[in-house]
Write a protein that binds this ligand. Structure first.
Ligand SMILES: [Zn+2]
Length: 266
């Protein structure tokens, strides 16, 4: 199984991405949680174009991706703090959990450091919340995030399989927890004991600052509970809450060019 995943990594990633994107897009069209307020065609074009720009810039400017570095570190026989002292599923699991914890911290830092918030706020200026919001990140944030993951792989010597599984899970969970998907409330309660659900992550996209400063997790929900950043529900309720940022309410911020230059505006 692990050999199959490693040998077919690229096609697996693309298939899982495409399959889940269609699944969540159809799911939110059939069972929407909230009514859309803005033009979907315009938003989707902007969000998906931004994702394509990110992919292109990574290909042009980043010679290595985390998984390639993980193979290299493994071939060289170790890292600064090696987790690869043996073999076994628990090392894969440990690598995945460690990466998820580090991505939680990365997300907190993206909010707290002003120059990084300039990049991350592009994600938060989406005025509706759906599967494409989970793909709306400024290319510079994507590059920084990849460099951060590469550094983690070098420092901890994370197994390449753990890197592949984690990156696929992160991509899948980002689409799931941004989906405008109506889940039965009891199922949401049960699921969010372990995983981040759309209702849980929507709180993080609230216009109210203390709500934006909560629910930073992408995959598992317990980092927010552990570090006291967990918030159960938005104060106004999901139907009445405003999505986005106060200072970016104009429809022009749904255009690709505005999103690309947003971090560099005074
Ligand atoms: Zn955020």
């Amino acid at each position: 199984m692990s050999d199959f995943i490693q040998e077919n990594e690229a096609i697996l990633r693309l298939s899982v991405f495409m399959g889940l994107f269609v699944l969540f897009a159809v799911g939110e069209a059939l069972f929407p949680r909230l009514k859309r307020k803005y033009n979907r065609t315009q938003r989707w074009f902007a969000n998906l174009s931004l994702m394509a720009c990110g992919g292109l810039i990574v290909r042009i400017f980043l010679p290595f991706v985390p998984v390639a570095v993980a193979y290299y570190v493994q071939e060289q026989g170790g890292s600064l703090i090696s987790l690869n002292t043996g073999q076994g599923p628990y090392l894969i699991f440990l690598g995945i959990i460690l990466l998820d914890l580090c991505i939680y911290f990365q997300h907190v830092v993206m909010h707290k450091v002003p120059i990084l918030w300039r990049l991350h706020k592009v994600h938060h200026t989406d005025l509706d919340f759906d599967v494409t919001t989970g793909l709306r990140f400024h290319p510079a944030e994507i590059v920084l995030s990849l460099l951060y993951k590469i550094a983690l792989v070098v420092v901890f010597g994370i197994d390449p399989l753990a890197v592949i599984i984690f990156e696929m899970s992160l991509n899948a969970m980002a689409m799931f927890n941004h989906a405008n998907l109506k889940l039965p409330l009891g199922f949401d309660r049960m699921l969010r004991l372990v995983f981040v659900t759309p209702d849980m992550h929507r709180v993080h996209h609230s216009q109210i600052k203390c709500e934006t400063d909560s629910n930073y997790g992408f995959c598992v929900s317990f980092w927010d509970r552990l570090f006291k950043t967990y918030r159960d529900q938005p104060s106004k309720g999901h139907e009445a809450m405003e999505i986005g940022l106060n200072e970016y309410r104009e429809a022009k911020y749904l255009k690709l060019i505005e999103l690309l230059i947003m971090p560099f505006r005074r």
